[in-house]
Ligand binder design. Structure first.
Ligand SMILES: [Zn+2]
Length: 456
């Protein structure tokens, strides 16, 4: 496939050399990596899988030597590092649970750091699950993270000179910038950027966007839903936004329909995690499939029996970090569920996922012990009552609290219709308690919002 022509226009950081550009050490590694990723995305799927196995063998060999705990894990599965790197080798290794990563009696990370992998930093994932996980990551992980951030821009943006707004958690120095920040500004004269902290009131967010008029907005799905509600309520036209780049939370089909049904901007989703970095990005071709960032991670989707899911099947997501040489994140059960995808019509060999379903705790539990993805449906709620935001919280096996923000107090008939609708949709006569909130519903400790939360 043809290389991305924009990569030929990168700006170097060595004075006096415009073409071909020259880069000082770290920038040079990053620039070279971008060219390699531009080519590797088009490799045939089997070539990608073979290279992944080669890299996996290298990481596994390193941990087998330096981590007694990992060596034991391999031995207990009847494997060694070389066997792990053979086809089907990885599938023979029992998965790494969150609890195993948390263990403090024998820490999972190792203290040896390869030359060139310094500095090591600690990622402490949010405690939203009540089970915080501490993972050490290296300078090499950071380099890959920067490269994938750039791939994310290259895939999502037809033109790097567009106006980009980002509404995120943990933002520092909010406000307008002359460019999109690192890494894009290392190589390109990008358009201007705007940073908004996620805790900013929705009305203020809307006003800032109206003033800045971004062509793209990076945003959490729940924030996007609230923004659209506010824009509708105030008759504000957000037609200047061509792309809503969602991240951080599970994107529901409801929201895609709401945004794209307005024919005001398309949704482009990103699947990432704090402990593993970028996992998958939606294909720039518009196929809707998510391509796995296979140069940095192996993503497996397995069913209840541990078998690999075929395209269209749903299962749990296991992730292997191919470049973390201090914490063996190998077959890590990230506690998400997803639907496996097939080959993408775009021609990229990167494996695909069709849909990210969300976290295990976002599944409803039935009194018979079965679990499934709850069907809720914003659109139908709106037909029953003027509901602006909702959240389901399952407190007990037969009791669900439905938190609501409404445009006005609901009538008794509307409440009854809503409960009847929920009984029908959830296929069980749960005890349902409607509770009301002003403004917006509270988010989790990590600043993220979940539509359905099982607290069992
Ligand atoms: Zn594709």
């Amino acid at each position: 496939m043809t290389p991305d022509p924009r990569l030929g226009l990168m700006r170097g950081d060595i004075a006096g050399s415009r073409w071909p550009p020259l880069f000082s050490s770290r920038a040079a590694s990053l620039a070279a990596l971008l060219h390699q990723l531009d080519a590797s995305q088009w490799l045939p799927a089997d070539a990608i899988a073979a290279r992944q196995r080669g890299q996996l063998g290298m990481v596994a060999d390193h941990f087998a030597r330096h981590s007694p705990r990992f060596a034991r894990r391999l031995a207990e599965a009847g494997l060694d590092a070389a066997a792990l790197a053979r086809p089907d080798g990885l599938a023979a290794l029992p998965l790494l649970t969150r609890r195993m990563v948390q263990s403090t009696s024998e820490p999972i990370h190792i203290d040896q750091v390869l030359p060139g992998h310094q500095p090591v930093r600690t990622v402490n994932t949010s405690g939203s699950t009540g089970e915080p996980v501490i993972v050490r990551r290296t300078a090499v992980n950071q380099l890959h993270w920067l490269a994938m951030t750039m791939r994310y821009h290259l895939w999502a943006e037809p033109d790097l000179t567009g106006r980009l707004a980002a509404i995120r958690a943990n933002m520092v120095d909010c406000g307008e910038d002359k460019d999109w920040g690192v890494p894009a500004n290392l190589f390109f004269d990008t358009g201007p950027g705007l940073r908004i902290d996620i805790r900013t009131d929705i009305r203020a967010q809307l006003e800032m966007l109206q003033r800045f008029r971004p062509s793209s907005v990076m945003i959490y799905p729940s924030n996007l839903a609230a923004l659209i509600d506010e824009a509708d309520a105030r008759g504000v036209d957000l037609g200047f936004v061509a792309r809503w780049r969602t991240l951080g939370e599970t994107l529901s089909p409801d929201l895609i329909e709401r945004v794209e049904g307005r024919e005001q901007g398309r949704v482009f989703d990103c699947y990432s995690s704090e402990e593993m970095g970028y996992l998958a990005l939606q294909c720039p071709s518009g196929s809707g499939l998510y391509h796995v960032m296979a140069e940095t991670v192996i993503v497996e989707i397995v069913d209840e029996a541990g078998r690999a899911c075929a395209p269209g099947e749903r299962g749990r997501v296991l992730v292997t970090d191919l470049h973390n040489h201090v914490t063996p994140m190998i077959r890590y059960d990230i506690r998400d569920h997803a639907e496996a995808g097939g080959a993408c019509p775009c021609g990229r060999g990167l494996p695909t996922m069709r849909r990210i379903l969300g976290r295990e705790r976002n599944m409803i539990v039935k009194p018979d012990g079965s679990r499934h993805w709850p069907l809720t449906g914003y659109k139908q709620f709106r037909e029953i009552a003027p509901i602006r935001q909702y959240q389901f919280r399952q407190h007990e096996i037969d009791r669900i609290e439905v938190r609501l923000v409404t445009e006005r107090p609901l009538t008794g008939d509307e409440e009854a219709a809503l409960v009847a609708h929920l009984h029908w949709k959830l296929q069980h006569p749960f005890r349902i308690a409607l509770t009301y909130f002003e403004g917006t519903l509270p988010v989790g400790r990590n600043g993220k919002f979940e539509e359905f939360l099982s607290l069992l």
